[in-house]
Design a protein around this ligand. Structure first.
Ligand code: HAM
Length: 425
């Protein structure tokens, strides 16, 4: 143990797990390509203003959870708590409005939120984020939802529930806020302290409170549907009927409001029965006013982000396949002092021929080297000793069957390739 451990709420993804992450990213990358989304790499920190204006000042994320600091140039900088605002910033900054619309992009990477850590909730967590920018069409919403479901299907996730809602737009939300405030005022005594505080500032957020007493109050809260303007209602109906057309199963949830203020019209989440209280594997929706909120022109957009840490938790729990664990092709074993230098050349030759190979670097005994080979799950061992050096050969041992062959040095790479191609697993 070192005297310094990782900060609370962050974790290391070690080799026994990282190969599974590679598998998940491989599936997501292919799904993104199949749906016409291009990958982008965005900065991990941005000007704080991007998030305070984009996500909304009264959200928990901006009010309490951002990692914000002043850099050496005196600027306020924030480690990104999410990627949507950055994606829209990038779209605007690179004038992607001139490209054929919508522009469909995705990115992956760590996000940072100062939340109370618990199972499935970290202070540094990974998201894959998909955004479709430049279309107001309800089919774009349906495509986004279908994309998330297809990604989860390919990863083998079952026990999923899709919940959707419409949160209206600036034209109809004031009426809904008024109706909610009226209702919550009549039940103020039953609300928790945080929700009483939310009442004046952002009554929609009360619908999202997880406290039992507040949940009981919200059960009878007015539904958003009666407040939706004609345009939002029509849009929501079209999203639902195109989801029906795609065969997607979903539940309407009038209490789904999401924790970020930029949403307009569609909001949705995918919940997993395999997770505890942090059960959302993905969340998203439409955000037609976000570009304007950060000083750009009107750019309608819709997208989602999925939590990669949570996807892996669900996959482990549900026993999903991660494909084959990568194996080392060859472990080089040296039987004596003189062979140690020669085995490095053998390993180097194999690597240059696209064969994965490794060896011992600590002068260990043959027995210890063979143990290391099996600990690395190597398929073959290439063994060198006095006799092989004299004859200019290498002994190649199949570590599954124990069968051994002596191969001439010059034909080694080709012979190893042939042996590997006949091995199973
Ligand atoms: P979000 O709901 O805040 O939405 O996060 C999306 C997903 O990230 C969650 O469903 C969850 O799987 C994962 N997640 C969030 N916080 C944590 C955490 N502390 N630890 C582990 N996983 C976490 C957004 O971030 C929006 N930008 C989504 C979006 C994209 N909306 C439109 N486009």
């Amino acid at each position: 143990m070192s005297e310094i451990s990782a900060p609370k709420g962050v974790r290391d993804i070690l080799p026994d797990e990282s190969w599974k992450w590679d598998y998940v990213f491989g599936v997501l990358r292919k799904t993104a390509a199949d749906f016409g989304f291009s990958e982008v790499h965005l900065p991990i920190f941005e000007h704080t203003e991007l998030f305070s204006r984009g996500i909304g000042d009264t959200t928990d994320v901006v009010e309490k959870e951002m990692y914000t600091f002043t850099d050496k140039g005196g600027r306020s900088i924030t480690l990104r708590p999410e990627a949507t605002a950055s994606m829209v910033r990038s779209y605007l900054e690179h004038r992607m409005g001139t490209l054929p619309q919508p522009v469909k992009m995705w990115c992956a990477g760590p996000m940072f939120r100062y939340e109370r850590p618990q199972k499935g909730r970290y202070r540094q967590f990974w998201q894959v984020d998909f955004e479709s920018l430049g279309s107001a069409s309800p089919y774009a919403d349906a495509e986004i939802i279908a994309l998330s479901l297809e990604a989860f299907r390919r990863l083998g996730l079952s026990r999923l529930e899709v919940v959707i809602n419409s949160v209206g737009c600036p034209a109809c939300r004031p009426d809904y806020r008024r109706r909610l405030t009226e209702y919550f005022s009549s039940r103020e005594g039953d609300l928790c302290e945080t929700c009483r505080d939310r009442m004046g500032r952002n009554p929609l957020r009360i619908l999202d409170c997880k406290k039992e007493s507040c949940r009981q109050v919200t059960e009878d809260a007015p539904s958003v549907y009666e407040s939706l303007c004609g345009e939002c209602r029509e849009h929501f109906d079209a999203v639902r009927s195109s989801l029906d057309g795609l065969g997607a199963v979903y539940r309407l949830d009038k209490r789904l409001v999401r924790g970020l203020d930029y949403y307009t019209k569609t909001a949705y989440e995918v919940l997993s029965g395999a997770l505890g209280s942090q059960n959302a594997v993905c969340g998203g929706g439409r955000y037609d006013n976000l570009a304007e909120a950060i000083g750009g022109p009107h750019v309608p957009g819709v997208g989602f982000a999925a939590g990669v840490d949570r996807i892996l938790m669900v996959m482990e729990q549900e026993g999903c396949s991660f494909g084959k664990e990568p194996r080392l092709d060859v472990f080089g074993v040296a039987l004596d002092f003189r062979s140690r230098a020669a085995i490095l050349s053998v390993v180097d030759l194999l690597r240059k021929n696209g064969i994965s190979a490794d060896m011992d670097f600590n002068d260990r005994s043959m027995k210890a080297q063979m143990k290391a080979a099996s600990a690395r799950n190597a398929r073959l061992a290439c063994i060198l000793g006095e006799d092989e050096l004299t004859r200019g050969t290498v002994a190649v041992k199949d570590l599954t069957t124990g069968e051994q062959k002596e191969i001439a040095g010059e034909g080694l790479a080709q012979a190893v390739k042939e042996m590997l191609s006949t091995l199973k697993g």
